[in-house]
Design a binder for this molecule. Structure first.
Ligand SMILES: O=c1ccn([C@@H]2O[C@H](COP(=O)(O)OP(=O)(O)O[C@H]3O[C@H](CO)[C@@H](O)[C@H](O)[C@H]3O)[C@@H](O)[C@H]2O)c(=O)[nH]1
Ligand SMILES: [Mn+2]
Length: 740
């Protein structure tokens, strides 16, 4: 307290605006000793495999070699994952000091929100995100919000117009009553106890809620009618940009400054200025590649440089609303700190979600990833840029190299910007045209990097390699909340895209070990590979989930028998690894149930998403296919939602991914049944198969919901019989084929 008081007489300037603390979930030595024992176990396993390869001609030789390769892959991966556990750090900003010291020189901030499709990403969802950032506790004259609409939809434009109107009530309401949650949908969903509130509040609350609901109805009605009424269209010149020929993939640039300029109509009902609000839909032509989200971000960077040119940029996906009205101030501590701030390129928040069910069925929470792994990479200065919830320094995002000299202040550049709103719009349109980037460094050395489905990760890497130091900030109260996948199909498709992109980075010139060599720390290079290796590691999992079972069915032994001393390292590594994984999850706030579900989802991802990502990436590397980007759906019907809330896995289609999952589940069921039969027949060879029977048993337990969906469920989310037949055939053929 006394230090804070000292601020007034200036002594506080030597107190930092943020602090970095090491995090220990176990004492360093304990963990290192423990990891050492696992490492020893791994070496013994590899030694056993190497020294016991069956001679040529004996059945099971190939199977044995597959196991050897898998164990090698697992071992390498285990070593890689150590990097993110040895140097975990926590960042703590002091926004009170910021307010005391920097209130006058707070920089301008531009917020970019990306949307791409009015059906998959409903306009009412998009404007919730927009409203949550418009109402930040930040000087409104320093705040600009840009919505990039890759859907080129007049519904989204219309919704944004409505939001601009509603903001006149919403902002004063939030500020007057210090509302904590500033995304209206989420806010009004909460039950309030009006007994503790003043009558004035209750009155305002009902009034604003009514305004909000009416607005939503207007937007949804327009969508349902498939068009916007002529009366509405007359009210804004912007609608003239749409004609009957406008489609998502074929239209000119549209830039509309909805709020901005010094016109008095841009104030809220209390007479306070509103933040600037801009709608952008960059030009799209069918013959021109548009580079998906990366393309839209680069158009945003250029257009905003024309209109507000703020030195700090916050980048959000359309489903990710701000959950903390002070998030900008927290982030600024990392940029404005007098000693270290000038090195900061971006401040990444973890991706958190507001729609998780209790069991976290699809393991979206990823507690260990967020609390340990990502914070562990930060310890080596390698924080990943994750595409949303990220504050950037405009200079570093635009390709500038870090140098000690450019300690340039994060001052605002808006004085230089001149011209009427119309002039700005016209100039900006040119910057959003698809031909603008021809022959430039955009997508290569400037802005977000093109050509990769995880444009964020690769862009973050290039920024670090230019000498900047990003920060991973995981606040106790989530800064942003998005929508997690609510069906298995969505979850697997999303992970397939990520995994493909990640593996592609590893195979490209951006491979961290090569591109990052000498530029980022070894720990960071390894940390990247925890994710970039998802695809190749899946091969080891596919092998482990099939080969031992197939061997079991054919009476081929693949693990040391239980009485052999060689069995000890296998058992130890298995138990220690999974035991520690459970411990970590619990420490990160998960429950046993969530951890168990996570194991299932990891298995599913690896045998389907990641495996397909591996094969597809190889095909793409051979030049046989082109990059795609499947947008993750953000809405599902009520029935699906109900099942999700009850933690029931949602299959409901005959996707190939499901066929693979089911085939493996059935195969292991066959294996286990064969094992049980052997136990009852009590033959002498039983002992040597116990490890394989246990493995099949564990896999069967993990797959229980699959059997239930196959044989017992009758709801729409079950596994269709076509999947059953196909996988029965596949599993039977696999078990009948001889094991080499
Ligand atoms: O052509 C496109 C495609 C997508 N988007 C936007 O990109 C965002 C992310 O797309 P989404 O389908 O929600 O993908 P996710 O898998 O949820 O996104 C994660 O992974 C992406 C990389 O694969 C990152 O870009 C995202 O920021 C990150 O949240 C959304 O706001 C989209 O509107 C565009 O603007 N243009
Ligand atoms: Mn998303």
């Amino acid at each position: 307290m006394s230090a804070e008081n000292g601020a007034k007489d200036g002594t506080i300037t030597n107190l930092p605006l943020f602090e970095t603390k090491p995090v220990r979930i176990t004492a360093g030595v304990t963990y290192k000793a423990f990891a050492g024992t696992i490492f020893l176990g791994i070496l013994l396993i590899l030694l056993f495999r190497l020294t016991n390869i069956p001679p040529a001609g004996q059945p099971g030789r190939l199977a044995w070699i597959c196991m050897l390769v898998s164990e090698l892959l697992f071992s390498l991966y285990w070593i890689i994952t150590q990097s993110v556990r040895w140097n975990v750090v926590q960042r703590i900003p002091f926004k009170d000091r910021l307010s005391l010291r920097c209130e006058e020189k707070l920089p301008d901030v531009d917020v970019f929100v990306c949307t791409a499709d009015p059906i998959i990403e409903p306009p009412t969802l998009v404007i919730n995100t927009v409203l949550s950032v418009m109402s930040y506790n930040y000087p409104t004259e320093k705040l600009s919000i840009y919505l990039s609409d890759d859907g080129g939809s007049e519904f989204t434009f219309y919704a944004l117009l409505e939001a601009a109107e509603f903001a006149k009530y919403w902002l004063p309401f939030c500020k007057r009553f210090k509302v904590e949650l500033r995304a209206p949908a989420a806010y009004f969903e909460r039950n309030l106890d009006f007994r503790n509130e003043s009558p004035a509040f209750a009155r305002e609350w009902s009034k604003v809620k009514k305004l909000y609901e009416d607005m939503n109805i207007r937007i949804e009605t327009a969508l349902k009618n498939g068009g916007i009424s002529p009366e509405v269209k007359e009210k804004h010149k912007g609608f003239s940009e749409w004609s009957s020929k406008t489609t998502k993939n074929d239209h000119q640039s549209i830039v509309q400054v909805l709020i901005g300029g010094n016109n008095s109509k841009y104030v809220d009902i209390d007479g306070n200025k509103l933040p600037r609000l801009v709608y952008l839909s960059r030009e799209k032509r069918p013959q021109k590649p548009h580079n998906f989200k990366a393309g839209s971000m680069n158009a945003l960077i250029r257009v905003s440089s024309q209109i507000s040119n703020a030195p700090i940029i916050l980048n959000l996906d359309c489903d990710m609303y701000s959950n903390d009205p002070d998030a900008i101030r927290d982030a600024l501590c990392f940029f404005l700190d007098e000693k270290q701030g000038y090195k900061t390129s971006y401040v990444q928040h973890p991706q958190r979600y507001h729609n998780l069910n209790k069991a976290d069925t699809y393991s979206s929470k990823a507690g260990v990833t967020h609390k340990i792994e990502l914070a562990g990479i930060d310890g080596y200065g390698g924080t990943l840029y994750c595409g949303t919830g990220c504050f950037h320094r405009r200079a570093s995002l635009c390709g500038m190299k870090f140098s000690q000299e450019n300690k340039a202040e994060l001052s605002s550049a808006k004085d230089e910007i001149q011209g009427t709103v119309e002039e700005l719009e016209e100039k900006s349109k040119l910057l959003a045209n698809c031909s603008y980037e021809d022959g430039t460094d955009w997508g290569k050395k400037m802005g977000l990097v093109y050509g990769c489905p995880v444009e964020d990760i690769v862009t973050g890497l290039t920024i670090q390699c230019r000498g900047w130091r990003p920060i991973y900030y995981d606040p106790p109260k989530p800064g942003f909340l998005g929508i997690a996948a609510t069906t298995l199909d969505q979850a697997l498709v999303q992970h397939k895209r990520w995994c493909e992109g990640l593996f592609q980075i590893f195979l490209s010139k951006y491979c961290p070990f090569i591109y990052g060599y000498g530029k980022i720390k070894l720990g960071a290079q390894m940390g990247y590979c925890v994710y970039l290796w998802w695809a190749p590691i899946s091969l080891a999992t596919v092998c482990y989930a099939t080969v031992p079972t197939l061997c079991l069915i054919h009476g081929i032994q693949i693990f040391p028998q239980v009485s052999s001393p060689w069995f000890i390292p296998f058992a130890y590594v298995f138990i220690a690894k999974y035991g520690y994984s459970l411990f970590e999850s619990l420490v990160c706030g998960d429950t046993f149930e969530r951890w168990w579900n996570a194991q299932r989802i990891w298995l599913f991802r690896r045998i389907s998403s990641y495996f397909f990502a591996f094969t597809d990436t190889i095909i793409r590397q051979l030049g046989l296919a082109q990059m795609t980007f499947t947008i993750t759906a953000k809405v599902v019907n009520d029935e699906v939602m109900k099942r999700y809330e009850n933690g029931i896995l949602e299959f409901g289609s005959s996707s190939v991914m499901f066929v693979i999952i089911t085939t493996l589940a059935l195969l292991n069921l066959f294996g286990l049944l064969w094992g049980i039969k052997t136990i009852f027949m009590a033959t002498t060879m039983l002992e040597q198969f116990i490890p394989q029977i246990i493995l099949s048993g564990v896999l069967v337990m993990v797959n229980l919901p699959v059997y239930i969906a196959l044989f017992f469920r009758t709801d729409e989310g079950n596994l269709p019989s076509s999947v059953l037949w196909r996988s029965v055939v596949l599993a039977s053929v696999a078990s009948l084929l001889p094991v080499l």
